[in-house]
Design a protein around this ligand. Structure first.
Ligand code: QUE
Length: 357
């Protein structure tokens, strides 16, 4: 019924005993609307309790993108037009889908060709099988729009080495499939040209055959580019330095290594991304050891998101990146040093924390 709706941006099929989810909003790189996440959760809850469904495949109709994130432009517009209720519901809906994936109880396989960013990483990272390819571009870019890496990133980035987690979450650095394999953010690599055939084989197999099917298609991920950069990543992000000190370390390194693309990315990120977002995620990673399950992680994300979308930085960040595309946001406060402990304490204050479900 849902997939028969005109213009639906997500489709559901049952093929043999397997469920197939197809993200189909290619012009927006499958950015998730409130309708898409609501439908996806309803279908997953039904399939979870349906003994005829043995496993699920989540794929995209377009090889360019698995999913670029949540439709934060739509969320911004509903805030401006109607206040915060719809935006709160959108973020809650997105996190409830992530929870439904994490708690599905049967294998869920994400076929992650192309862009896997923000909310797209949320869909993929809670699956039991995360298949990437040589075209995969993975990132958590939210610090550029006044938000923060959410969708359970305190868990899946929290499992990465701390300097790498900080690089990815605080600066939105883009990594590839081989890097994701090294970091445990992907479980297998398959050539992009083979992805359609893999999908068909996964729909034709039983759940006990999944690992064998993937093994037949898998390719050598190759050398992760991040390996080469690791000494510099550690020099900038290791230890108990403050974000201001990390920014200073990056600027010092840039003088000695003017052609190092990673260092210049980090310098630019600290200079241009939302200072509150950067410090919030730095604090969230400090807490990550104490966050032990996905429900806790997503409840905290929901709480933080409701606080963050009420700040002017969110409206301004989405304006600069997705609406006017001038990439010149005016943040308030506009430097890391001005984001003091009291400001962060207020964002994390658990008074008024509403459980996700
Ligand atoms: C940070 C984000 C997102 C982003 C850019 C950021 C995000 C998202 C999109 C996006 C991309 C292409 C589209 C679209 C949205 O961009 O979550 O509608 O066509 O969905 O810097 O978090």
């Amino acid at each position: 019924k849902i997939s028969a709706m005109p213009q639906a941006h997500i489709h559901f099929e049952v093929i043999n005993g397997a469920g197939l989810v197809t993200l189909d909003r290619p012009k927006a790189l499958n950015a998730l609307t409130v309708e898409m996440v609501t439908d996806l959760r309803q279908v997953l809850l039904g399939w979870r309790d349906d003994p005829a469904i043995s496993h699920v495949v989540i794929a995209s109709s377009a090889p360019r993108a698995f999913c670029a994130g949540g439709d934060i432009r739509q969320a911004r517009e509903t805030i401006i037009a109607n206040g915060f209720d719809e935006a709160d519901a959108f973020f809650r809906g997105e996190y409830l889908v992530d929870l439904a994936i994490a708690e599905f109880g049967k294998p869920i396989i994400a076929l992650c060709d192309g862009v896997v960013m923000g909310g797209g990483a949320g869909l993929a990272e809670h699956c039991t099988h995360i298949i990437m390819s040589e075209t995969t571009r993975f990132a958590m870019p939210e610090t550029s729009i006044g938000l923060f890496p959410d969708v359970g990133a305190s868990l899946f980035l929290g499992r990465c080495p701390m300097p790498v987690a900080r690089l990815l979450g605080m600066t939105g650095y883009i990594i590839h499939g081989a890097d994701c394999m090294m970091l445990g953010l992907a479980t297998s690599m398959v050539a992009s040209a083979q992805m359609a055939e893999l999908k068909q084989s996964l729909l034709d197999c039983t759940s006990s055959e999944i690992d064998h099917v993937i093994a037949v298609f898998k390719m050598d991920p190759g050398v992760p580019a991040l390996n080469y950069h690791m000494p510099v990543i550690k020099r900038i992000f290791r230890g108990d330095a403050t974000p201001e000190q990390m920014q200073e370390r990056a600027e010092d390194l840039a003088l000695m290594r003017p052609n190092d693309k990673l260092v210049s990315h980090v310098v630019t990120a600290f200079a241009t991304r939302c200072p509150v977002s950067i410090k919030l995620f730095w604090r969230l990673l400090q807490m990550a050891d104490g966050i032990t399950n996905i429900g806790e992680a997503l409840t905290l994300d929901y709480h933080l998101a409701m606080r963050m979308i009420r700040r002017a930085d969110y409206i301004e960040g989405v304006r600069a990146v997705l609406v006017d595309r001038d990439n010149a946001p005016k943040w308030s406060p506009n430097s890391l040093a001005l984001v003091d402990k009291a400001l962060l304490d207020a964002l994390f204050d658990e008074d008024g924390l509403r459980p996700l479900c």
